[in-house]
Design a binder for this molecule. Structure first.
Ligand SMILES: [Zn+2]
Ligand SMILES: [Zn+2]
Length: 123
């Protein structure tokens, strides 16, 4: 049963379950975030992996997310593209006008906060 929950194609690139919380299968996803991620996916022309989408509070604590994380509201996603360097993925993301962009060693955090912010947490 649980395998069928959120197994719904939401556009030509993504399925809803890619955004769900890994612990409880709950999901929130803002349409603007989906549109921006789709634009990014379109631009890079290869699979975009959502490594973290929506998180419930419990999951957010487990991954040591900040208390007010945009992941709690369906406003953020962490993404990777296998075989693409983070710095190259960043260049594509910067053209899409996300609100927040955070670069880490193995994923890019993207969100739709109102005031643009950028941070670099690479080691
Ligand atoms: Zn959860
Ligand atoms: Zn994130």
């Amino acid at each position: 049963m649980i395998k069928q929950v959120n197994n719904i194609k939401i556009n030509r690139f993504f399925c809803l379950d890619e955004f769900e919380c890994p612990c409880c299968h709950r999901v929130m996803l803002h349409l603007v975030l989906l549109r921006k991620l789709s634009a990014l996916r379109q631009a890079i022309g290869r699979p975009l992996i959502i490594s973290s989408g929506y998180r419930c509070k419990k999951e957010n604590r487990r991954v040591h997310g900040v208390k007010t994380s945009y992941h709690l509201f369906g406003f953020a996603a962490d993404v990777t593209v296998p075989s693409m360097k983070m710095s190259d993925l960043l260049k594509y993301a910067e053209r899409i006008a996300f609100g927040g962009i955070g670069i880490y060693d193995n994923f890019l955090h993207l969100d739709i906060r109102p005031d643009p912010e950028f941070w670099d947490r690479r080691s």
